[in-house]
Ligand binder design. Structure first.
Ligand code: HEC
Length: 178
């Protein structure tokens, strides 16, 4: 029964071979296309994986240099600044786990180094009095404008939100005399 059913197909093939003297090329090619695509995708994923592993070996500067000085202020004010700002503006950075994974680590390190350049509470005494006043006023402005801490910092540091009391404290510190 089954032999009968396949018979016409066999005849068709024989006919094609006989007339064109060529192997039927279309049907087998169609079948091969999917595995080739899969292989290509697998290769791409594999290459990406290799690249991801390789970039982990690029050194990232996550050093915390010695604390040379600190802001002279009440512990409550310092606690607020420490929680919100010290990770990027001091030598007391607590490097989060994702600061160990490239390429995120590059961004974190860049922010910390740039942040320390702009304002470094661990080198407070190195600033002149005028500079200190300027940095305090700027800090207040940045916080009031919602620019600092940066928007991407707060979600990764849960429990960080400035209460009205914290804001008042920062204002008193930043507006106050040295
Ligand atoms: C995630 C890192 C990070 C945190 C946290 C952070 N900053 Fe910054 N800060 C930066 C970077 C990077 C710069 C320099 C580039 C810029 O202006 O965006 C900067 C710049 C500044 C400047 C200089 C701005 C200027 O335009 O000259 C001040 C002042 C400042 N930050 C205050 C603060 C204060 C106050 C806090 C805490 C309430 C804080 N920052 C928290 C990264 C941070």
């Amino acid at each position: 029964m089954t032999i009968h059913a396949t018979k016409p197909l066999g005849i068709e093939f024989a006919a094609t071979w006989g007339t064109t003297k060529q192997y039927p090329t279309e049907a087998p090619c169609d079948n091969q296309e999917e595995p080739t695509m899969k292989k290509w995708l697998l290769g791409a994923v594999f290459l990406l994986l290799i690249a991801f592993v390789m970039i982990q070996f690029i050194p990232v500067d996550r050093t915390n240099p010695p604390v040379l000085s600190d802001i002279p202020t009440e512990p409550e004010v310092k606690a607020v600044l420490q929680a919100l700002c010290y990770d990027c503006h001091s030598h007391e950075t607590v490097w989060p786990w994702y600061s160990r994974i490239a390429p995120v680590s590059w961004r974190v390190a860049k922010d910390v180094h740039k942040g320390r350049e702009e304002l470094n509470f661990s080198m407070w005494d190195q600033y002149t009095t005028q500079e200190q006043v300027k940095k305090m006023r700027e800090s207040l402005k940045e916080v009031a404008a919602g620019e600092m801490p940066p928007w991407f910092y707060t979600p990764t540091h849960r429990g960080l939100h400035l209460s009205a009391e914290d804001r008042m404290m920062l204002r008193t510190w930043a507006d106050g005399p040295l």
